[in-house]
Ligand binder design. Structure first.
Ligand SMILES: Cc1cc2nc3c(=O)[nH]c(=O)nc-3n(C[C@H](O)[C@H](O)[C@H](O)COP(=O)(O)OP(=O)(O)OC[C@H]3O[C@@H](n4cnc5c(N)ncnc54)[C@H](O)[C@@H]3O)c2cc1C
Length: 416
């Protein structure tokens, strides 16, 4: 049956959902409170990485996190404060950070990241989208033997799932990146990871969706919901009420506050990250990389070299903390001898929020309180990677089709 579906959020998750819903013949409207470039899907590192299957909540992260918390320039920071929701999220996070829980989450994450990468390739090809798709893999560049040892362990885990992973010497890395000097002791290479230029992808994808009949309403915030007898009956904006048969909330880190208006609880915090793009870098790597000791991503994009990093759990405050930007610049210059501080003087720092669930798995599924409400959020560090598979799952749910994957780990009410 053809339905009218209203999607809140024009980020990677909302757009991919719109795409697969439209392919199934539904009428789709996407509503966003910005111009379509206001969320995390714009300024991220762009990696599609099936190699990274260990969720943030994993053994050892708490001790490491506490060490990092003492330094404002470190890659991970939780602003200490007495907030009931943050404390409750932290306790759930701690509960999920066990070897047993990771053993369950990792194979599933591998299944969905791999499926998503295939769907992304199909989508880019079918729609002829040029978003700088880079198939050169991902390098985890290490300066210390300790970090390299840690990355080798991660490589063993990825190999356990059938992913290729190679340990490389600095000389071998240099062959992959001609002309780029690196101050490293070695690296782990995941040849099957890929990358897009996310802001260009969003722009081109929006064009495709519009051409296929998806309607967009930008600069329109959803302020409340109309509901009746266990169903949503309208989305209330400042100027109008949008009526549909089915509703999808894909509002990234704002999903939780939005759902609270419906009395629904979705434990989630915003993991703030920063990025900036150097438009005329002194050298450009061929292979997307993570400067592992500093947890900084280095992404060769269509319009420059983007550095991104830090995970700062605070309230959804998007103000730029220059100390954290400086931390990223320091990591970049220490790995890349050709880069001087002067190469970073004109950068325009961006900040965005990774929507983080406590167990590192997204929430994708139907609400058990409202029969025509679907939720897709909480993709944390993997929203670009997982966009296509999420869109496919959402479209099947709303189309009332079975899914051959077991989706119980994604249940939206798993913390109720
Ligand atoms: C620094 C950084 C680097 C990252 N690198 C990677 C990476 O390499 N690979 C990867 O897979 N992932 C990466 N991520 C994570 C990824 O960016 C996110 O998981 C993903 O973008 C989330 O997409 P989304 O569509 O759920 O949310 P968003 O992109 O945030 O979109 C949500 C949209 O909803 C809108 N909205 C919110 N509230 C309302 C409302 N009330 N009414 C109307 N509209 C509303 C917002 O304006 C926004 O446009 C990174 C994130 C960061 C911060």
């Amino acid at each position: 049956m053809k339905k009218k579906v209203a999607i809140v959020g024009a980020g990677m998750i909302g757009l991919c959902s719109a795409y697969y819903l439209r392919k199934k013949g539904h009428d789709v409207i996407v509503i966003d409170d910005h111009d379509g470039y206001g969320g995390a899907s714009v300024g991220n590192a762009g990696f599609l990485c099936p190699s990274h299957v260990v969720p943030l909540a994993s053994p050892g992260i708490i001790t490491q996190g506490i060490k990092w918390m003492l330094n404002e320039k470190s890659p991970f920071y939780i602003k200490p404060r007495l907030n009931k929701e943050l404390i409750s999220w932290g306790l759930k996070f701690k509960k999920a950070a066990t070897a047993e829980k990771v053993k369950i989450a990792a194979p599933f994450l591998h299944q969905i990241t791999t499926a998503s990468q295939k769907l992304a390739e199909q989508l880019l090809q079918d729609e002829k989208i040029n978003a700088g798709y880079n198939k050169n893999g991902l390098l985890m560049l290490c300066q210390s033997e300790k970090e390299l040892h840690h990355e080798k362990e991660a490589a063993d885990i990825a190999r356990g799932f059938g992913q290729s992973a190679e340990v490389l010497t600095p000389e071998e890395v240099a062959k992959l990146n001609p002309g780029l000097d690196l101050n490293i002791c070695g690296a782990v290479y995941f040849p099957n990871d890929t990358m897009i230029t996310p802001h260009i992808f969003l722009r081109e994808f929006q064009k495709v969706l519009k051409a296929n009949g998806v309607e967009f309403m930008f600069n329109t915030s959803i302020n409340s919901f109309e509901r009746e007898k266990g169903e949503i009956t309208g989305l209330v904006t400042s100027s109008t009420t949008i009526k549909a048969d089915d509703y999808l909330i894909a509002a990234g880190s704002a999903t939780s506050p939005l759902l609270r208006l419906l009395g629904l609880r979705l434990p989630m915090v915003g993991g703030k990250g920063y990025s900036f793009t150097v438009n005329n870098p002194p050298a450009i790597p061929q292979v997307p990389s993570i400067l592992s000791d500093g947890k900084v991503s280095m992404s060769p994009m269509m319009d420059g070299l983007r550095f991104s990093g830090t995970m700062e759990i605070n309230d959804l405050n998007s103000a730029i903390n220059l100390k954290r930007v400086e931390g990223i610049v320091n990591t970049a210059t220490s790995f890349l001898p050709q880069f001087k501080k002067s190469h970073f003087t004109d950068i325009k720092p961006w900040a965005g929020f990774r929507p983080c669930s406590p167990d590192g798995l997204p929430y994708v599924g139907k609400s058990n309180k409202f029969s025509n409400l679907t939720i897709a959020a909480g993709h944390a560090m993997l929203g670009i990677t997982l966009g296509p598979v999420t869109g496919d799952i959402v479209a099947k749910i709303i189309n009332e089709e079975p899914n051959d994957m077991d989706l119980s780990l994604l249940a939206v009410d798993r913390y109720n």
